[in-house]
Design a protein around this ligand. Structure first.
Ligand code: ANZ
Ligand code: ZN
Length: 862
């Protein structure tokens, strides 16, 4: 028996035990196992090379939940793998001259070792990386299934082109008009692309959010709904002066039709193109707009630019003519690519009208007194209609319906549903990704690679050099023959958006062993994931694509759930203080928290350890390279052990809130573990204590036992219902203190201390699994603590023998009185009036009223 707590030795021994006993391995199939299945999953990492604190927090939370469920009797699956395709490997290849595959696999080895060092209870037998051909083979296969099902299209599309990374970006990868990674100004280009028709599922993707109410964070559900952006509106066909064709627009505000003073079309709209053919000035302008085209992200803020096309439309209700402009704020891909502009009630239209001196005509007001004042800006609230003839006085709904009906009757309007969501462009002009399984033949066009030839393997030894996609220059890969006619053909060199890789990995984990199917009955058994844990930065895209894939897989008969993640926990950021020194050139030199010393007297004062000169204390921010405020988890594990790091992570904040890193907090966690170690050893050293009757000891024992079970009740509620662990840890600390104070030399107390220790080790086991494993064994248990039952409160122990009541005199708190729990009203009043602090206020006056609320208070009125 070790007397001193040696974290490294304890942790190594526990991990060895789990490894030798395959403790976390879940065999394929259901077997005879009658337990409930619980699938706990943390978002798999990109193998960047080493874990950061955000990972450690994410995976600790997931592991704690998984281990709690196991102790509660579930059969828990918790796998881990690698989201291994993507740009950083190509960049590393260029920077260091090492092939992306080699770099990625070395990183995976390093990070796997770190995860193992942290003691996470993963079923490593199911591990895979998305760059494994055995994985992406099924991704290629499923793409071809989707193609067969009519959910894949190849079409030319205007894309966001990142001129530095030489790649297409998804809308969401464009931030304020710039590439999310390179920061380059994004251009609009038209190239052939593969699309997956996620929009076919748009309604389901909105509607099914309802099923996640209460089990997904509200904010995430809202973000999903906003991204999909379902709206109801009217498509209206405006007649054109002197022409037969009509101009269709989409509006969600048909109630404002009386306020239309001009029309605006996208630069790519046929009317704009036609006008450009006639008029060289328009042509120059339209080209310029297309080149600097605004992306959806900065539609609101970009400077409004436009030019009249010299074509007029006829207002369908007033018969007036209104000019048609081409404008940069109209998107070709949304609605009809054209808008009826109502500058009085739409901000963008207002800004545009103001810039070009177009009329502004208010038709909506907050009440019946008249339209709103729009001289300073648009009034965009819904309200009462004015200056619109037959529609005057109507509210939004009435006017929406009346206008829609009138236009519909005239054959020039239809109620329409619209989505902001677009189809998913999945082609990337990138090497380090999953090859798109298509062959181009002169005669046959785009031909799917036959199933028997899957996977289309990515050659792993190429070295990107920054000039486009190396696959395209690799004739071994490109040159092939057409599967249909046998003629010489070319292989597709685009690879899939890596978001596809992470859209179904959770299902594959459940069927990881299958090499005959994408997923098998195991996936149907384990899916949906019962608990998903990850960062909120994935709230929109990853979750949306995963939800879509799940539905598409369901419709292919591969899964039988509608949603992939039954419950979602988004963990908060790990933050730390920042320190800097202003340099001569005005730039800031950032110091790592480990390189500075705070003046204890004044937390705003700090000096750099290197030179003793003062540095400025910046804000507390998310750990990042740019602010140099990161803390390397490995160093912390080396210094204090995995359990201390895990304990600190769970103690410092509830999972969804941000967690401020603190060395002192980590040291506190480490001290707690040493005390726990000592307490258990002292208890064991005292050995079994001979029983003898001792009333005082009985009383102390039952008080301690009540404290224990009150704590267990609270812990159970926090952990299971609220998924909050910091309060559970705090309760454990109090229990440890109470046990330390208890006089274990008395037999009754000794027995309760044992009960307390056993409960404590089990509550802590999910959080600090190693020390709990070791001490549990030292208590003499054969079964490892991972399989010990989760402790629950004993209702019997919660029944107190005494109760304390507050005593009021004339409604004011004057004292407290402790009486036996079963005391009757008379006895309670007698005890209350006898209480010195109360008696002082009663004096000699007769009692006029006595109110007793059992278990809570006594009110005496004089
Ligand atoms: C007239 C109007 C009046 C509008 C008003 C709004 C307020 P959501 O809710 O996002 O669906 N719109 C339609 N197609 C567009 C396009 N291709 N590019 C840019 N804007 C477009 O927004 C629908 C509204 O966005 C439509 O309703 C239209 O402006 C504009 F007081 O029509 B509205
Ligand atoms: Zn062919």
């Amino acid at each position: 028996m070790q007397q001193e707590y040696d974290a490294a030795a304890v942790e190594q021994a526990a991990q060895q035990y789990w490894r030798e006993n395959d403790s976390f391995r879940i065999a394929p199939g259901a077997g005879e196992d009658p337990r409930r299945h619980f699938y706990c999953l943390s978002m798999f990492p990109y193998p960047s090379g080493k874990l950061h604190m955000g990972h450690v927090r994410n995976y600790t939370i997931g592991d704690v939940i998984a281990r709690v469920r196991r102790m509660q009797g579930d059969r828990v699956l918790q796998p881990m793998g690698w989201d291994a395709f993507g740009l950083p490997a190509e960049n590393a290849a260029m920077d260091r001259g090492v092939a992306p595959g080699e770099w990625t696999r070395a990183n995976i080895d390093a990070m796997r070792a770190q995860l193992q060092r942290l003691g996470f209870g993963y079923d490593w037998s199911r591990e895979f990386a998305t760059c494994d051909p055995g994985y992406y083979r099924w991704q290629q296969w499923f793409f071809l299934k989707l193609w067969e099902a009519g959910l894949v299209e190849r079409r030319s599309a205007v894309v966001n082109w990142d001129p530095i990374d030489q790649t297409v970006l998804a809308n969401e990868q464009v931030i304020d008009g710039r590439g999310w990674r390179s920061g380059a100004e994004v251009e609009q280009r038209e190239i052939p692309q593969w699309f997956i028709r996620i929009t076919d599922y748009a309604d389901q993707l909105v509607d099914d959010l309802e099923k996640l109410e209460g089990s997904w964070p509200e904010a995430v559900r809202t973000m999903q709904a906003n991204w999909i952006g379902r709206s109801y509106g009217v498509e209206i066909d405006f007649a054109l002066v002197g022409r037969d064709e009509r101009l269709s627009v989409y509006t969600t505000r048909p109630d404002t039709i009386g306020g239309v003073t001009y029309m605006a079309v996208a630069p790519q709209h046929p009317l704009a193109r036609e006008a450009a053919e006639r008029d060289p000035d328009v042509a120059t302008f339209v080209n310029e707009l297309q080149r600097s085209g605004v992306s959806e992200a900065n539609l609101e803020t970009a400077e409004k630019r436009g030019m009249p096309l010299g074509i007029d439309a006829v207002h369908p209700i007033t018969g007036e003519t209104v000019p048609i402009w081409v404008a940069n704020f109209v998107l070709m891909a949304y609605g009809a690519g054209a808008v009826m502009a109502v500058p009085a009630h739409d901000e963008r239209d207002h800004a545009f009208a103001t810039a070009y001196g177009l009329p502004i005509r208010p038709v909506i007001g907050p009440d019946t007194s008249g339209p709103a004042d729009v001289s300073e800006g648009a009034y965009s609230d819904k309200g009462i209609v004015h200056n619109s003839g037959e529609f005057d006085g109507m509210n939004f709904e009435q006017a929406f319906n009346a206008v829609a009906e009138k236009l519909q009757a005239a054959g020039i309007g239809r109620v329409r549903k619209n989505f902001r969501l677009r189809d998913w462009g999945v082609s990337r002009q990138r090497y380090w990704g999953c090859p798109i399984p298509v062959i181009y033949c002169e005669g046959c066009g785009a031909v799917p690679v036959p199933e028997s030839e899957l996977p289309v393997k990515l050659p792993e030894n190429l070295r990107p050099d920054g000039s486009g996609n190396p696959l395209a220059k690799h004739s071994d890969f490109v040159d092939c023959s057409c599967p249909k006619c046998g003629a010489a053909a070319r292989r597709e060199t685009d690879t899939f958006d890596t978001f596809i890789d992470s859209s179904w990995y959770f299902a594959r984990f459940a069927s990881a062993h299958s090499d005959t199917a994408m997923v098998d009955e195991d996936a149907r058994r384990w899916m949906p994931v019962d608990q998903y844990v990850g960062g909120v930065e994935h709230a929109v895209l990853h979750l949306l694509y995963a939800r879509f894939f799940t539905k598409a897989m369901r419709d292919q008969g591969l899964l039988d759930c509608d949603e992939p993640f039954a419950r979602l926990l988004t963990q908060g950021m790990v933050v730390a203080p920042t320190f800097f020194r202003e340099q001569a050139d005005g730039r800031r030199q950032w110091f790592n928290p480990g390189e500075v010393q705070l003046d204890a007297g004044d937390r705003s004062q700090a000096v750099a350890l290197a030179d003793g000169a003062s540095v400025q204390v910046g804000a507390i921010e998310k750990m990042s390279k740019s602010k140099n405020n990161g803390v390397d988890p490995q160093a912390m594990i080396d210094a204090h052990g995995a359990d201390a790091v895990r304990l600190f992570m769970m103690f410092a904040a509830p999972p969804e809130q941000s967690l401020e890193w603190s060395d002192a907090g980590l040291e506190g966690a480490s001290r707690f573990l040493r005390r726990l170690w000592r307490l258990v050893h002292e208890h064991l050293a005292a050995g079994p204590v001979a029983a003898d009757a001792d009333p005082a000891a009985e009383e102390a024992a039952s008080a301690l036992r009540r404290q224990l079970h009150e704590a267990l009740r609270k812990i159970d509620d926090d952990v299971n219902r609220r998924q909050i662990f910091n309060t559970a840890v705090a309760a454990c600390m109090e229990l440890l203190n109470a046990a330390g104070r208890a006089d274990g030399s008395r037999p009754a107390v000794h027995a309760v201390v044992r009960e307390l220790i056993e409960a404590l080790l089990r509550v802590l086991a999910p959080i600090t699994p190693h020390i709990s494993h070791a001490l549990w064994r030292e208590l003499g248990h054969e079964q490892p603590v991972i399989d010990a039952p989760w402790p629950t409160a004993d209702a019997q122990a919660l029944v107190s023998d005494d109760v304390t009541l507050v005593v009021q005199v004339n409604g004011k708190l004057r004292g407290r009185v402790t009486v036996p729990a079963d005391a009757d009203e008379e006895a309670i009043i007698a005890a209350a009036t006898a209480e010195e602090s109360v008696a002082r206020f009663l004096g000699e006056q007769p009692l006029r009223k006595k109110i007793v609320v059992p278990g809570r208070l006594v009110n005496l009125v004089v």
